[in-house]
Write a protein that binds this ligand. Structure first.
Ligand SMILES: [Zn+2]
Length: 209
């Protein structure tokens, strides 16, 4: 059994979407001042590798604490759809994996964009799922959709608000190291229990048998 880290590191000042809060990680006390090291952290609930609650775009949708823990854990299929900057992920890219797209299944797609984390265009030029491809996945009633891009689509409002979240599909964004995992593994990615809130960074891990 092996554990593979699927989360990007969190570093003070790290980029986010331009209109979101910036990540601040500031030493608050040290072994010299307080006899222990302790840190003040301020960030977006969607910093780095993270999960979206249904409430993120739907005011009457489930918040983190209302989502069953089972939604963040379980057998997962990785599908590899290599894409360059600004390319689209279309229905035809998903068709070869149709038999994996069953009700309740967990799907992560790797475009290769995770290798660009930290680069200036990570949040602007990522490969983007078309609305048709999003509708195709939503119609399969999958449980979880993860990806190595910072959000599924440049049509981020429609893909969240109209297509994926109304079906209560858990969206896991900004996954790392997907080239190190096999095509099937157990995904573990629990959010912090921010009561009543919309999302949380996760330490995503692939458990490989
Ligand atoms: Zn998010």
């Amino acid at each position: 059994m092996k554990l593979i880290d699927l989360s990007h590191p969190m570093i003070h000042g790290q980029q986010t979407f331009p209109w979101d809060p910036k990540l601040s990680i500031i030493p608050h006390g040290t072994t010299k001042t307080l006899k222990y090291n302790i840190t003040q952290i301020s960030m977006s609930s969607h910093q780095g590798t993270h999960v979206d609650a249904i409430y993120h775009f739907l005011d009457d949708g489930k918040t983190l604490d209302q989502m069953p823990l089972e939604w963040f854990y379980g057998h997962t299929h990785l599908i590899r759809i290599p894409k360059e900057a600004n390319e689209e992920i279309v229905v035809e890219d998903l068709l070869p994996y149709e038999e994996l797209l069953r009700p309740g299944s967990r799907i992560i797609y790797e475009t290769g964009w995770h290798r660009h984390f930290g680069e200036e265009n990570f949040y602007t030029d990522f490969p983007s799922l078309t609305q048709d491809a999003g509708r195709y996945l939503a119609a399969k009633n999958i449980r979880m959709l993860g990806m190595d891009t910072p959000t599924p689509s440049k049509d981020w409002y429609e893909i969240h608000h109209d297509i994926l979240l109304p079906k209560e599909i858990v969206i896991v964004e900004g996954l790392a190291n997907l080239d190190q995992v096999p095509d099937q593994f157990t995904f573990i990615g629990f959010p912090l229990n921010f009561k009543g809130r919309d999302g949380s960074p996760i330490r995503a891990v692939a458990l490989v048998q």
